[in-house]
Design a protein around this ligand. Structure first.
Ligand code: G4P
Length: 279
């Protein structure tokens, strides 16, 4: 199976983001903690080379905590400030404000030298689809009451969410596109559900998932579905289908149905917390 991404409709999003980048001091980039490499678009590095950078490993609740720690160390060694967060419950989010301020230390010092005081730091959230940008903005802005910016109808302006006296957040995130240069990375993006399943074969994805889990987290599928594991993902999926009585007319195993719920269970953390990549 070939995993592809068609960036055609992303051209407009990219142009918009380049405009927005001019307005901000710090880029807060979200990646999926289960695939912190494949869910990170490397182009933002060049697009935002002059900005302070914060990297949030979101959906940390679904990832393997040890691997998340390893990824944080990996990215911190590259100069990022990182936080592991769960935008859905808000876990970790209270640290993000401080991290943004730390990331902007140089800018703040520069402002001070120039006699500019109390100018809030302006931040923008970026990330590929489905990493949790909107969820994060909502959770982060929960306590923020003021939306600043030009009044609608008067001037076309940006909406800023005033988080506190120090930080303002652009209320629309920048959408990056998944960019991968090999099929293994494409597969991982597909597994977490960032590429539309309609263009993918669910059974193939589920085979790959079964292969990965039996190889890297032995016992997880056995425990969840009560099946014997083996090196052949096809076999494991068939055993799950049998165990769950997924049958088509005539008693043939309905592998597609089994694939559907295995993928869904995986994506929602019902099999366990797994990371698909390590640094
Ligand atoms: P986006 O703006 O980057 O495209 O992502 P969005 O916030 O729409 O989030 C995509 C999905 O990921 C949503 O699920 C959202 O609830 C879920 N999500 C976001 N952050 C986290 C997190 O930290 N942990 C977990 N477990 N899930 C997270 P959905 O299926 O589209 O909706 P729903 O399940 O919330 O109804």
């Amino acid at each position: 199976m070939q995993y592809q991404w068609y960036p055609g409709h992303m051209t407009k999003a990219k142009r918009q983001m380049q405009e927005d980048l001019k307005l901000i001091d710090v880029v807060v980039e979200l990646v999926d903690a289960r695939i912190p490499l494949s869910s990170k678009n490397p182009d933002i590095q060049t697009m935002a080379s002059t900005k302070a950078r914060v990297l949030l490993l979101n959906k940390a609740d679904l990832a393997d905590p040890k691997k998340t720690d390893a990824w944080r160390a990996y990215y911190e060694a590259q100069g990022y400030l990182t936080v592991a967060v769960n935008a859905k419950t808000g876990l970790g989010i209270k640290n993000v404000n401080d991290v943004i301020m730390n990331a902007c230390e140089e800018k703040l010092a520069r402002d001070k030298r120039r006699g500019i005081m109390n100018r809030p730091v302006r931040a923008m959230i970026v990330g590929i689809p489905n990493v949790g940008k909107s969820t994060f903005i909502n959770a982060f802005a929960k306590k923020a009451i003021t939306k600043t910016g030009n009044k609608p109808g008067v001037t076309k302006g940006k909406q800023w969410i005033r988080l506190n006296k120090n930080v303002e957040l652009l209320d629309t995130p920048g959408i990056l596109w998944p960019k991968f240069d090999n099929q293994a990375m494409g597969l991982r993006i597909a597994l977490i559900g960032s590429i539309n399943d309609e263009i993918l074969v669910a059974t193939e994805l589920a085979y790959e998932l079964c292969n990965f889990l039996t190889g890297n987290y032995p016992g997880a599928l056995a425990q969840k579905y009560g099946v014997e594991e083996c090196a052949d993902g096809n076999q494991v999926l068939a055993r799950i289908a049998k165990k769950r009585a997924c049958l088509q007319k005539g008693g043939i195993l309905d592998l597609e149905k089994a694939a559907g719920f295995v993928l869904d269970d995986f994506r929602n953390g019902r099999i366990g917390n797994f990371s698909l990549e390590e640094p």
